[in-house]
Design a protein around this ligand. Structure first.
Ligand SMILES: CSCCC(=O)C(=O)COP(=O)(O)O
Ligand SMILES: [Mg+2]
Length: 228
């Protein structure tokens, strides 16, 4: 019996263009100034050191790190230190009302319905847990953080690795077969399925589907019948 959902964010409950055309350019615009200004703060310096490790350049200068971070933003790399820094940078944008966290109306309604019916909701995104909290705190529908019982990011591993879903399941009070993972990316769904989770593929933009995963165009098409 299904008891919980784990949802991806970008492309599943949030428009891809909100992330690519609003959040990423905002981070690209502010990252150099943010890193230069805050590099001595522990939470930032920790990510700078982690970036040097990912670059395999322990002696990289601050300018080298900034150039690499900008390249990682341009090429949408899901590298943990970048994702952690982006969350810190977006905080100012949300608080300054430069943007609100986009949610598809059908996704908001679906999340509310499932929550009302007693299903437990979790989030797993490449965006950091801080970035997830911000998106839901400053969402188009107000502060909806109370809908979710837990948040996971790339600190559990990358979204295309089955071990990441195993790591998440070790932290949840459910068996994998009681959980549905929602995503727009087939490689992520394959990894979740390999870890024993049920899956649902969101094909909002007409992506290729796979017979391995139940697929829907949006959440108005979702049915639990599929998982009985
Ligand atoms: C938490 S909002 C920012 C999303 C983000 O940075 C990202 O890389 C999207 O990844 P997802 O796993 O949600 O597709
Ligand atoms: Mg996605």
């Amino acid at each position: 019996m299904i008891k919980a959902f784990i949802t991806d964010i970008e492309g599943t409950i949030t428009r891809i263009s909100f992330v690519k055309d609003i959040l990423f350019p905002y981070a690209a615009k502010h990252i150099a100034e943010f890193v230069r200004k805050n590099h001595a703060h522990a939470e930032v310096s920790e990510q700078i050191e982690a970036a040097k490790v990912a670059m395999k350049q322990p002696d990289a200068t601050l300018d080298d790190v900034i150039t690499t971070l900008q390249h990682w933003i341009e090429t949408d790399q899901k590298i943990t230190p970048l994702k952690q820094l982006q969350g810190m940078i977006w905080q100012h944008g949300y608080q300054n009302n430069d943007f609100t966290g986009h949610l598809y109306p059908d996704a908001y309604q679906f999340l509310q319905q499932q929550n009302n019916q007693g299903f437990v909701l979790y989030v797993y995104s490449s965006g950091s847990v801080k970035a997830q909290h911000l998106l839901f705190e400053f969402s188009d529908y107000g502060d909806i953080r109370a809908l979710f019982s837990g948040y996971f990011d790339t600190l559990v591993g990358g979204k295309k690795s089955a071990s990441s879903y195993q790591n998440i399941m070790e932290q949840l009070p459910y068996s994998a077969h009681e959980v549905i993972f929602l995503s727009d990316v087939l490689d992520e769904l394959d990894a979740a399925k390999a870890a024993g989770l049920h899956t649902c593929h969101l094909v909002r933009d007409g992506q290729e589907t796979s017979p391995e995963h139940f697929s829907i165009g949006d959440f108005t098409e979702f049915t639990l019948e599929q998982y009985r």
